[in-house]
Design a protein around this ligand. Structure first.
Ligand code: NDP
Length: 330
């Protein structure tokens, strides 16, 4: 364990964050209570921002990037975890304020760890990653709100071919909802149909500024795009519906009016995966274990080595990655 291992780090280069591979030993890791040998990490949009430097994700440098990890406890000073336990971590500031998953070993706080559900291997859990777990948080939120019901109005998923979108479609379809996918990639229609989408909307149509109240269509929606898209989705949501908003792939702004909220009782449900409490995380992972079609997950995920991260980061930020990328950190 004193051997060195490779880590993808964000370092300070001339006052700017810069991504590069560095060799570490376990002695270099933070002094947290649980040492985990990481099997796999994954690639999320936020990881792309961190590695390309297109978003300032790391708030202290040097930083090991990677917001997700799955692996085995090797040493523990916590009574809650023992060597051999299989665990995963999503968020909790990894890659922002805490060293993350793009390394063979990491030391972590006990409260950040979630037990790996029996239903999933490490690889599958990272095929899901923060993107998939966030999709489950969105679906749970819409159902808890009582906005959607199987057999009811259509549920819209924006950013459909992305990580959050693909998993949201798969989960919703398996739960019996009629799912419409908003995508900018017509070539992804067959793939999205396979996941369970039954109708399509061109994402360009949602990106143009529309009226404050538009024809009511959606019972609910999962939105990972934000900006004008989210404003239009709210304006098209039917009376009493809700939109779970988790992303900003199209922009951070929200050029909307209160009309859908005060005239149609439409709700905007904010979804955060990073600091979500443990109970909500466990529930989301149960939703995934119960409803995610693992065969479909296998079709939307692929494994890449850490050396591919710089190129993959550019691709995901450019909206060119389809489905999920699992990162083999060995
Ligand atoms: P991906 O890059 O995998 O997917 C994003 C998708 O959004 C793309 O595939 C594309 O879908 C669509 N898209 C990209 N650019 C634009 C654009 N300019 N206008 C409209 N649509 C666009 O990212 P993830 O699925 O991993 O993440 C999606 C979003 O959710 C990100 O903003 C991410 O930061 C956020 N997120 C937030 C979390 C939270 O805790 N709140 C957790 C996880 C993610 P298509 O090709 O189908 O059009």
């Amino acid at each position: 364990m004193n051997d060195s291992f490779r880590a993808m780090m964000i370092v300070d280069r001339d006052g700017r964050p810069h991504a590069e591979f560095r060799d570490l030993t376990t002695a270099d890791l933070p002094d947290h209570d649980v040492l985990v040998e990481i099997a796999f990490s994954t690639l999320n949009y936020k990881d792309g921002l961190a590695i390309t430097g297109k978003g300032r994700i790391a708030r202290r440098l040097p930083m090991v990037a990677g917001i997700d990890l799955a692996g085995t406890v090797v040493e523990s000073r916590s009574p809650d975890w023992a060597p051999g336990d299989k665990v995963l971590v999503n968020g909790w500031g990894l890659s922002e304020t805490e060293w993350g998953g793009y390394a063979r070993f990491q030391k972590l706080k006990p409260q950040w760890l979630t037990r790996l559900p029996d239903a999933f291997t490490f690889e599958e859990a990272m095929g899901i990653g923060t993107a998939g777990y966030t999709a489950a948080l969105c679906v749970d939120a819409l159902e808890d709100w009582g906005a959607i019901s199987p057999g009811g109005r259509e549920v819209l998923v924006t950013g459909a071919a992305g990580g959050v979108g693909s998993t949201a479609i798969s989960l919703l379809a398996r739960k019996g909802y009629a799912v419409t996918a908003a995508t900018g990639r017509p070539e992804a229609h067959a793939y999205l149909s396979e996941l369970g989408a039954t109708a399509f909307v061109d994402r360009a149509a949602l990106a143009e500024k529309g009226g404050a109240l538009q024809k009511e269509r959606w019972g609910g929606a999962v939105d990972s795009v934000g900006s004008t898209t989210l404003a239009n989705v709210l304006a098209q949501t039917a009376y009493g519906g809700a939109v779970a908003a988790c992303g900003l792939a199209g922009g951070m702004d929200l050029p909307a009016t209160v009309a859908p909220h005060i005239l149609r009782g439409v709700s905007l449900l904010g979804i955060d995966s990073v600091m979500a409490p443990a109970a909500r995380r466990e529930r989301a992972w149960k939703t995934l274990a119960a409803h995610l079609d693992k065969a479909r997950l296998g079709r939307i995920a692929r494994v890449e080595p850490m050396s591919a991260l710089p190129a993959l980061a550019e691709e995901i930020v450019a909206g060119k990655v389809r489905g999920r990328v699992i990162i083999d950190v060995s």
